[in-house]
Design a protein around this ligand. Structure first.
Ligand SMILES: [Zn+2]
Length: 274
């Protein structure tokens, strides 16, 4: 499992995994630490937990930025502990995790990575035990972490974390660096508003940690917000009949596949959400 640490601020670490370009987070206080997301299966979760233990022996709290497998399936390795998530994350894990297992184990079988496919299939789904439906804080001793949600975006259960003293924000997959935003299951029409909410937590020097890719700054987030808003506008024009699909694909800031996914979430049966 190829991974490396980066320390984005004093006691605020990001573990960067080659697989899926995933970024998992660790915030260390005086009395406790906070783990941001748990990886895509129990094997990765166990590796991640032991990597955290090499940094700090402090008790941990887990926060899941959202329900997707690569962020939430590794939780078993951290138990027993508080596992915080948005209430909709619980629903998604209950309802969608079997389908996610099928989909992603098939993906890794196709990729000739049978060990990952098997690990995903074997994963025991752990439900969050502490629900975050409004802004909350976690006290790590000498350092707090703020957690909040800014509405529908990448999913219906995206949590954003801020470490005020370090000026670091963990964005989950509301922000991706190195790949277009992931639109399957998303809510593109309100995603820009969610990013505008996230941007209220940032200043010129804020480090924003995306769910995938290297850390970015607020200007990057604002560009991604504008790009998603542009796709939403193009899709609306397409639905209204004033432009063709080819026009949209040509003018979109994102590759065709991502643009098609976004349009699919904005039209037809998905138009008013799920
Ligand atoms: Zn995701």
């Amino acid at each position: 499992m190829s991974a490396r640490w980066i320390e984005v601020a004093d006691g605020v670490h990001v573990r960067r995994y080659e697989e899926l370009d995933l970024s998992l987070g660790l915030v260390v206080g005086d009395d406790a630490c906070l783990v941001v997301d748990t990886g895509g299966d129990e094997v990765q979760g166990a590796e991640w937990a032991s990597a955290v233990r090499r940094v700090t022996p402090l008790p941990w709290t887990v926060v899941l930025t959202h329900s997707h497998f690569d962020h939430s399936f590794g939780t078993q390795a951290f138990l027993p502990c508080p596992v915080l998530a948005h209430p909709n994350c619980v629903d998604e894990l209950v309802i969608e995790s079997a389908e996610e297992k099928d989909k992603w184990s098939a993906y890794y079988t196709d990729q000739k990575r049978p060990e990952i496919a098997a690990a995903i299939r074997a994963t025991r789904i752990v439900l969050p035990n502490t629900l975050v439906s409004e802004r909350t804080t976690v006290d790590l001793g000498g350092r707090i972490v703020e957690i909040e949600q800014f509405g529908l975006g990448h999913t219906d259960n995206d949590l954003v974390l801020r470490v005020p003293d370090a000026d670091v924000v963990f964005a989950g997959d509301l922000v991706e660096n190195g790949a277009p935003p992931s639109f399957p299951g998303s809510f593109p029409a309100s995603w820009p508003t969610a990013l505008a909410g996230l941007l209220t937590l940032t200043g010129p020097d804020t480090v924003v940690v995306p769910g995938h890719g290297e850390p970015v700054d607020a200007a990057f987030v604002d560009r991604q917000r504008a790009d998603i808003a542009a796709v939403v506008e193009l899709a609306a024009a397409f639905v209204a009949g004033s432009v063709t699909l080819e026009d949209v694909l040509r003018d979109s800031p994102f590759p065709a596949e991502a643009t098609r996914r976004a349009i699919g979430r904005l039209t037809g049966r998905n138009r008013s959400g799920r």
